[in-house]
Design a binder for this molecule. Structure first.
Ligand SMILES: Nc1ncnc2c1ncn2[C@@H]1O[C@H](COP(=O)(O)OP(=O)(O)OP(=O)(O)O)[C@@H](O)[C@H]1O
Length: 312
């Protein structure tokens, strides 16, 4: 790939005797959000810690903007910002003290620290909390401070390890919006074990299971790959299963309540239209019809299962 910000070649890591990740190869471009999706223990944090230079790999190479992390770690790290799963915050520092300290650690020249901190605070919407002790901020604002430290040195690649974990629903929406904004002018890698979160945020998706990449492509390709094959239907006058099975393309009906069912179909994307037409013709009084996203989760489970069957 021309213009790649991150290139990973044959990356493997072993903790004492067992392999956590095995032969991972990844290349990502200079902008946009790439989602790293995997269940608990799949190997996301291990991969991210190695990318960010906080863990030394057992085998393989990492290049950040063409710079080899092993050969020139300091130079490679100038282009990386990292928000680990547990944000490295000092609770007794104010926001300004903490971000100033982080900017200094990142070798920002003394004369530029103030403006770098100001930019990061503005970007993350925390400039009104400059003098607040971090321990007195809410979870969502602490996470913003964590994000601000990850971008204070204006890196070309920012890595977020499960950044919405432990936040309430409103905070999750705000942090997602912030990540989207940050990705406008740099590359972002974002890990999660929640498929719906990766779907709304990322253009590209990599799935890791059992230490191996089991899927790596665009979000569009993933959605095409996992075409839904069932939908939820509610009707006032719910017909018999046999009546529904008469609609061409429907293969199975799973009754959920007397007026609601999950309907499986054979991939025919016009099936919803056919159900609507049949409902009008037979006066079934359709109240709800929606593609069932659980079928996507089933594919995720299937990909995970395939990788569990392979030996690491
Ligand atoms: N310090 C460690 N020592 C030994 N084994 C470890 C260590 N850290 C992680 N592991 C193991 O390596 C594997 C991958 O863990 P990792 O934390 O990378 O997964 P993850 O996808 O980030 O999971 P989670 O979503 O739970 O954080 C797991 O089997 C885990 O138990």
């Amino acid at each position: 790939m021309q213009n790649s910000i991150l290139k990973i070649e044959h990356l493997s890591h072993r903790y004492s005797s067992s392999w956590a990740i095995r032969d991972i190869n990844i290349e990502i471009g200079k902008s946009g959000v790439t989602g790293l999706l995997g269940s608990n223990g799949a190997g996301k944090s291990t991969t991210m810690n190695i990318i960010c230079g906080t863990l030394n790999q057992t085998e393989g190479n990492i290049f950040i903007n063409g710079v080899d992390m092993r050969a020139e770690p300091q130079r490679a790290k100038t282009n990386i910002g990292f928000l680990p799963q547990t944000p490295p915050l000092y609770m007794d520092f104010t926001v300004d003290e903490y971000l100033g300290y982080c900017a200094d650690l990142r070798h920002i020249p003394k004369a530029s620290i103030k403006s770098a901190v100001k930019d990061a605070k503005e970007r993350c919407g925390i400039d009104h909390f400059s003098n607040r002790l971090i321990k007195n901020l809410s979870g969502g604002y602490r996470q913003r401070v964590g994000i601000a430290q990850a971008i204070v040195h204006r890196p070309k690649l920012v890595v977020f390890d499960e950044p919405t974990n432990g936040l309430d629903p409103n905070q999750i929406i705000e942090v997602r919006a912030l990540i989207k904004d940050i990705a406008k002018d740099r590359a972002v890698i974002f890990s999660s074990h929640v498929l719906s979160e990766v779907e709304v945020l990322c253009q590209d998706i990599m799935m890791i299971e059992n230490g191996r990449i089991v899927f790596s492509d665009t979000m569009n390709a993933f959605n095409n790959y996992v075409q839904p094959h069932c939908m939820i239907v509610s009707m006032e006058n719910f017909p018999s299963e046999d009546e529904i099975l008469k609609i061409n393309g429907i293969t199975r009906v799973e009754v959920l309540t007397p007026r609601r069912a999950r309907i499986y179909f054979n991939g025919d994307q016009e099936i919803a239209e056919k159900v609507v037409i049949a409902s009008v013709q037979h006066d079934w009084r359709l109240r709800e019809i929606s593609l069932d996203k659980t079928s996507i989760n089933e594919v995720f489970a299937q990909l995970s299962k395939n990788s569990t069957n392979s030996t690491i």
